[in-house]
Design a protein. Structure first.
Length: 99
């Protein structure tokens, strides 16, 4: 499958699975970068575990949105850890695995 831009992946993912707003995809991507930096020394070639990714989500949400984090995440369709996993899976499904 040809590489596609992150923006195209989000558009395709949203079309296939409208449960999650486009902002959720950006947020999870940023949280992934935080987790990679924290747990893999910034080496983007190394994967993080689901638990590590969720720690990145927690840290990013609190830093960016403080007490409003839960409200904002819920508006994007993020309620539980499985929602973060679904976003990752959606991006893989449409051919965007590592931007």
């Amino acid at each position: 499958m040809a590489d596609i831009s992150f923006e195209e992946a989000v558009a395709r993912s949203f079309k296939l699975d409208p449960r999650y707003q486009p902002g959720a995809y950006d947020f999870v991507r940023e949280a992934l970068h935080i987790a990679v930096k924290k747990f893999r020394g910034g080496d983007e070639a190394q994967h993080v575990s689901g638990r590590e990714l969720l720690e990145g989500v927690r840290e990013h949400a609190l830093k960016e949105y403080g007490p409003m984090a839960l409200t904002i995440l819920n508006q994007w369709g993020l309620y539980r850890g499985i929602d973060v996993g679904n976003i990752v899976y959606n991006n893989i499904t449409v051919g965007c695995c590592g931007e």
